[in-house]
Structures are given as C-alpha cells and as structure tokens.
Design a binder for this molecule. Structure first.
Ligand code: PLP
Length: 422
C-alpha cells in the first residue's frame, strides 16, 4: 500500500479498519479539553468501558453475599481465576491447563525460578539480554545470591554489537552454544522493553533446550502484542503482566504458563500454598499438599478477585477480536506511523532515528539526536502521551485496539511543529 501523509488518507484507513468500533469502547484521558493521542499502551493500557461493570459485579456480590460469594456468586470467587485460563491460552498459544493467573510479574518470575533454576556445581549459569528490564536484573542478581553464587560468574548477558541498537539472533545462539553444559536457564524478555525488538523465541527456545537448559520468557511486552506459540515452541515457562497491552489496570495480576510436562508432579521444587492443592480436598484442611494437575499447582494464595475482574473484562475483548485481527491492524498502523515519522524527518530535517529493528510488534523507539527532552515535553503538553527513556529515546506504541490512523497523522503534525518550535 502506498501511504500518504494527509488527514483524508488517514481517515480512509480508519473507515476500512475492522477494529475501528473498539476505539469507542475505551476511556481516553483529555489534555486541555482534547482527547489525547495515546502511545503508552506498552506501559499502561487504557481502561475498557466494560471493566467497571465487572468490578461492580464483585462489589455487589460482596455486599449481598459476603463470605457466601466464594461459592454462591454468579461467578464464584473460589475458582474465579479459572475463567481466565481459556481465553489467555489463545493469546499466548498454550493449552488452558498450562495457564494460571496470580500475583504480579516479578513475584511470579521468582516463583518460577524456584522451580526452574536449580543450579548444580556444573550447570548454574543464567543467560539473558544485556540491560534486561531492571526488575529482571534485580531478580537474577538476588536469585543468584540466594543460591550462594557469584553474579559476575553466573549471569551471562548477550550484548548488542558496537554501533548497533538490536540483538542478533546468531549472537544469542552462539552464546548459548558457548556456555553449553554450564547453562541452567535461558530467560529473556520476548519483546525488549527499550528498543521494541521481538526476539526469535522459537529458535532461541530450541537452542537453549538443545544444550540442556530450561527456557523461560518474560512476556510483559509481548502478550497481546505479538504472536505467541508457547506450547508449540516447547518453552518451559513464561510469565507476563496484564496492565500493558492487556488493558487490565495498574499493577494488575500476572499470567503464567507452565508446560504440561511439569504438571501433577510432586518432585518439582516449588513454593506452595493452599490454592495450589487439589480443589476437591482443599477445604478438608489436610496437612498433605496434593497438587492440582495443571498450572494452578503453582498458585499460592486465594485469588485476588477484585483484581481479576478487569482482566476478565479485557480477555472478553480479546476473545471477540482475536490476535490475528489485532496483529493485522498492528502491522498497518505501525507501518503508517513509521511512514509519518520518515516524512516529518524529511520535511524538517530533524535527524532522529528509529532504533527498533524490523522484528517488531507495535512499538517504535525513536532516538532523538539533539531535540530530546524539550521535544518530549512539547508533545506531552500538546496532547501526545508518550514516554521518555534515558538517554534520548521516546517510545511510541499505537495499540491496535484503540489507536486510530488519524491519531498517527495528527501526531505527525504536532511533531513537526514541535521540532520547529523547540
Ligand atoms: C519486561 C518487564 N519485566 C518486568 C516488569 C516488572 O513488572 P511487575 O512490576 O509487575 O513485577 C516489567 C514492568 O513494566 C517489564 O516491562
């Protein structure tokens, strides 16, 4: 398709967008009385209008039924989390039995490392990407120290090449081979939070497993954004948050995938609690832990139902639309955004650089040579919500559920003015 940098062309794309009606189903903030252009769905997705009713349902059940809501609410609380497994399994490409929802992301990655990072004298190293999301770095360091190991000897960070902004798959594979039988765990972000790169998860998973390591994924920036086939790729485990592309609210609950080969086993080390023991016998209050025969065995506490309600509301929308339709719009809108950026760069000779490689989801990270922080502030003041990452990067993620093509055009006009005026 040949794009044009005009309002008419952008409106035409909106007119033929099969997801256009979903934009009306989200709450948008306003700045100076005008609805914002929202580029930070990769940080906190917008609130779907239907979410409040899901939360109110729990509040009403709590008012009317109190403790009886656990078993007699329309959606009983004691197994409320099970409702999320089937729709989530489609989003991440897994079996429903391989999915559970609990806690928050870093907590879950820690819990998963209890099961899947079991260093021995010979096999103890962890491989990740350099400058992984800071919470992951702190998690690795603390896990390594917990096992009495030395961080610098244990953590293997794959670097980008000098002068390049992305990781090469061949460098990751070479590092996996080099560490070989010392490698205990490969754990990367499926999509890097900074440059928006989508890693070749299938190939990396295969390579990690070929040398005998466990392979897991932090899918915070991947879930609801890119195609995932965790089961088919044979990944051992994964976890993700629900507040970015999953639109489930600030700090909300985390999804977990655990390959079915680990289910129902009593020999896997795991930090356990009563929600992981079999439903049928849970309330007999017996001392013996009898694991659920699915990913729910990793559940620790009873489910935070008020937090799960927005997640369920959001998953209903993913069910309606499906990942293929979201991905089709994602590709069109991000390509259009890239075109607009290049047009503006040409028109005003602004000298910025898109550092996201072609393996991408909906995020474009733009390195601003020069204008930097003042331009970012100008955009925010003029109703463009984006985010700033040191030293000079803004991240633009047009979420396909609610961003319009006209937003991209309008953004381009504001950017052009901003470059001229700052
Ligand atoms: C890639 C990645 N990992 C981990 C986290 C931490 O998530 P949480 O605060 O829910 O533990 C984030 C948060 O944005 C993230 O983007």
């Amino acid at each position: 398709m040949t794009f044009e940098n005009t309002a008419e062309f952008a409106r035409q794309l909106d007119a033929t967008d099969p997801l256009a009606s979903y934009r009306e189903q989200f709450h948008f903030p306003s700045i100076k009385g005008k609805q914002v252009i929202y580029f930070t769905g990769n940080s906190l997705g917008l609130q779907p209008k239907r979410t409040a009713a899901y939360v109110e349902e729990i509040m009403e059940d709590w008012r009317q039924l109190a403790v009886e809501g656990h078993f007699y609410a329309d959606k009983p609380w004691w197994d409320y989390h099970e409702r999320l497994a089937a729709p989530l399994s489609k989003v991440v490409g897994a079996k429903p039995s391989e999915i559970t929802v609990m806690n928050t992301l870093t907590v879950n990655l820690h819990l998963l490392m209890v099961s899947f990072y079991r260093p021995t004298k010979k096999r103890y190293k962890i491989l990740c990407e350099e400058k992984a999301f800071p919470s992951d770095q702190y998690m690795f360091q603390s896990q390594i120290k917990f096992h009495g190991l030395d961080v610098s000897d244990t953590l293997v960070e794959v670097k980008k090449r000098d002068g390049e902004h992305y990781w090469r798959t061949e460098d990751i594979l070479a590092k996996i081979d080099e560490v070989g039988d010392e490698l205990a765990l490969v754990l990367l972000g499926g999509v890097n939070y900074y440059n928006g790169q989508v890693f070749d998860m299938e190939t990396i998973t295969r390579a990690g497993k070929a040398v005998g390591a466990y392979v897991g994924w932090d899918l915070a920036h991947a879930v609801g954004n890119v195609e995932l086939a965790l089961h088919e790729w044979d990944a051992d485990f994964a976890a993700w948050c629900s507040y970015k592309y999953m639109n489930s609210g600030p700090g909300n609950a985390s999804g977990v995938y655990i390959h079915e080969r680990y289910h129902g086993r009593t020999d896997i080390p795991r930090f356990e609690g009563w929600w992981g023991t079999k439903k049928e016998t849970r309330f007999l209050m017996q001392p013996q832990f009898d694991p659920m025969e699915n990913a729910d065995a990793w559940q620790v506490s009873n489910a935070p139902v008020l937090a799960l309600a927005p997640y369920l509301a959001s998953l209903e929308m993913f069910e309606e639309v499906g990942m293929p339709a979201l991905i089709a719009k994602r590709d069109l809108i991000v390509n259009y955004l890239e075109f607009i950026l290049k047009e503006i760069d040409r028109e005003v000779d602004s000298n910025f650089e898109i550092i996201t490689p072609k393996e991408r989801g909906t995020q474009l990270s733009v390195f601003l040579h020069g204008e930097g922080r003042t331009l970012f502030d100008y955009l925010m003041e003029h109703g463009v919500i984006t985010d700033w990452r040191e030293p000079n990067v803004i991240r633009l993620a047009p979420a396909p559920f609610y961003c319009s093509f006209e937003d991209m055009y309008r953004f381009g006009q504001i950017l052009k003015k901003g470059i001229r005026e700052t």
